[in-house]
Design a protein around this ligand. Structure first.
Ligand code: GLC
Length: 656
């Protein structure tokens, strides 16, 4: 359990390292009082002094940081319980491409398996998994199958046979195998606390990796089991179940909360080892694993992204996903998100399929969450972007495209999180803690320190009040300047999510693609050496742009690039500069050109200069050494005449 408490002068982080059922009460039952406790175990308490970024840095130094995920895991992901046949999966993939909606990952929920037996494929519905996965890969899709921890009790099923033979499963205190109901019927449960069981479980993934999967989805890993088929998934009477870590035995109740963490570790290590390969230079490398988990304990960020579990297609749950993910981020879990669009509708007697309006609003908002996946339950309407009619399709496409255009910004923020623990998605109080107004805001958030998102969280709502913390803000839609601290009513027709950029913002942009696997011919020729387009808002700011191969662990051995971009403004002159920081000597030199947009200007600037040479103003599209004035968008676009090289920065100077 991890909590951050703050007041006007300071913040403090509290980590209660205890895997029993535990309790936190901050200021609720008694004002100005923090109460915490647990059903057993030690009072193992860590206290981290603020400010907030230092708390996260220290807390994640202790519990671990999210390793940089593969780039495709930041793209759009589509899931459903379930795409039940190979034909269905192919049709979904085809629809994405025909409708020109970017998407990187498709999920396979439990029905891909043979009778819900983990590590199997249903022979009639998915007869040729390798072929399916390789066809989808050619089209830019990775596939992520679900793996639950429960292993079906079936004496003819090798995973069960082996697990039983080698004592990998949880037992009762009397030594008998513990069994309980989940999807497959009676199941046995691996004891992931044991290192040898983690290794065994990890190895089960080898065939899936060879068949070409892009990651693993770990579900039901609290673990959720249904003792005696009672329909009750609680753990009130699990004291009779035993776990071992190879040295000591524990009652399940004492280590219940570690179950998903240890399973994720096993899965991570299994995927990593199964993808081991050799680089052209003869170095050993592996692919960075992508795992999605429903559950976890402090430290889950080391192995998995976390989604917020089974929500409903309700406005309340759309709204709730904002504070849930902000809190996850402040608890070290930088890579998180909800089931966008809402998962189920049968949690109440009422029908709650996502309405077109809810889906549109949720996708608009969801593209600004670190983890972006749409998922929906059995018996709901289909929830793909084209399922809600042409208007909603247009909105979904526009916002998902926006996500892809911003991927270099996201990737750089993820890199920062992997180094410092600072989450990409932040509450306003994170950046503006000295402003009392920001403390209670949980219906607005920031992506990085520059981009402020103010989602629409109610039906039939086409405007909303937005709070602007101190500073200068620019409305992305109408280029209006807003000076904070202040509140304003902002228009939000269905196709518009209120979005604002702070003065001094620097946003690297990516190409318009349908998948991160798809590169433009220009990029293929040049290698993927980082973004070539930038959006800058005049003011004061800096941003470290990070790029690498997007998939292997070579980045841990220096194979990455960083460019520090700065913007400063003095009197009537704005200067943007690109300074290469980390630039491995064997990396190719940049070729091509940088396209730079700088806003916001009320009138055309007088002169635009780069490296002391005036650029030429033209109409239409600028070429190297030229700039254009976009009057209605209040910005210039310039193409720099030269690219930065190690030890040589380039700049762009704009005189009002
Ligand atoms: C659980 C998961 C959900 C999944 C379903 C079937 O409810 O949270 O995402 O679709 O199980 O596997």
């Amino acid at each position: 359990e991890h909590a951050i408490l703050y007041n006007s002068t300071s913040s403090v982080g509290i980590f209660f390292a205890n895997a029993h059922r535990s309790y936190f009460d901050a200021d609720i039952s008694q004002p100005n009082m923090l109460t915490l406790g647990a059903d057993g175990g030690d009072l193992d308490l860590f206290i981290f002094p603020g400010p907030m970024d230092r708390i996260l840095e220290r807390y994640t130094a202790l519990t671990g940081r999210m390793p940089l995920p593969p780039l495709y895991a930041l793209g759009f992901q589509q899931s459903r319980y379930s795409y039940e046949t190979e034909e269905d999966v192919r049709a979904v993939a085809r629809n994405f491409r025909e409708n020109h909606v970017p998407c990187d990952i498709l999920y396979l929920d439990i029905d891909y398996m043979h009778g819900y037996r983990v590590f199997t494929w249903d022979p009639s519905r998915f007869p040729y998994p390798s072929r399916l996965l390789s066809d989808l890969k050619k089209d830019g899709f990775g596939v992520v199958p679900i793996i639950d921890p429960g292993v079906k009790v079936d004496s003819h099923y090798p995973v069960y046979q082996e697990g039983r033979r080698d004592a990998h499963f949880l037992t009762y205190t009397n030594g008998e195998e513990f069994q309980s109901q989940v999807w497959p019927g009676m199941c046995a449960f691996p004891d992931f606390l044991q290192p040898r069981t983690r290794q065994w479980w990890g190895q089960q993934h080898r065939t899936l990796v060879e068949q070409g999967i892009a990651g693993i989805w770990n579900d039901m890993n609290e673990p959720a089991w249904n003792r005696g088929g009672s329909g009750h998934y609680g753990h009130d009477n699990d004291a009779d179940v035993e776990q071992r870590d190879g040295i000591t035995s524990y009652s399940h109740s004492a280590v219940h909360n570690l179950y998903a963490l240890c399973e994720a570790q096993a899965t991570f290590e299994g995927l990593r080892d199964a993808s081991q390969m050799t680089t052209a230079e003869g170095r050993s490398t592996h692919l960075r694993p992508f795992i999605l988990s429903r559950s976890g304990f402090s430290g889950i960020q080391r192995y998995a992204a976390v989604w917020t579990g089974d929500n409903c297609s309700w406005w309340e749950h759309l709204a709730l996903s904002i504070p849930m993910c902000l809190n996850l981020g402040m608890s070290g879990v930088a890579f998180c998100g909800p089931d966008a669009g809402g998962f189920q509708h049968n949690a109440s007697p009422f029908q709650h399929n996502a309405s077109p309006e809810l889906y549109a609003r949720w996708i608009q908002m969801g593209v600004f969450f670190p983890f972006l996946r749409a998922h929906s339950a059995k018996n709901t309407h289909r929830h793909e972007p084209w399922s809600f009619g042409p208007d909603v399709l247009t909105i979904a496409r526009q916002y998902i495209e926006y996500r892809y255009r911003l991927l270099p910004y996201w990737y750089s923020l993820f890199h920062l999180a992997s180094q410092t623990g600072v989450p990409p998605m932040r509450p306003l109080v994170w950046e503006f803690g000295e402003d009392r107004e920001t403390w209670d805001i949980d219906d607005q958030f920031l992506v990085g320190s520059s981009l402020m998102v103010a989602p629409i969280i109610r039906p039939g709502t086409y405007e909303r009040r937005v709070y602007f913390p101190p500073g200068h803000w620019f409305d992305v839609w109408n280029q209006e300047e807003i000076v904070g601290p202040s509140s304003h009513l902002v228009a939000a027709p269905l196709n518009r999510l209120p979005l604002f950029l702070k003065a001094g913002s620097i946003i690297p942009l990516g190409p318009r693609v349908l998948s991160t696997a798809q590169q433009t011919p220009q990029e293929l020729a040049q290698g993927t050496d980082g973004p070539r387009e930038f959006f800058v808002i005049q003011g004061e700011g800096h941003f470290l742009v990070y790029s690498d191969d997007g998939k292997t662990d070579q980045c841990l051995h220096g194979a990455y690039r960083t460019i520090n971009i700065k913007v400063i403004r003095k009197e009537s002159v704005t200067r943007v500069s690109w300074n290469p920081e980390h630039w491995p000597s064997e990396a190719k030199m940049l070729s091509g050109s940088y396209l730079v947009h700088v806003g916001y200007y009320h009138q055309a600037p007088r002169r635009v200069i780069s490296d002391n040479h005036p650029l030429i103003q033209v109409q239409g599209h600028p070429n190297a050494g030229q700039w254009v004035w976009h009057e209605t968008e209040h910005r210039i676009s310039a193409v720099l005449p030269s690219m930065p090289t190690p030890g040589h920065s380039v700049d762009l100077v704009i005189e009002d």
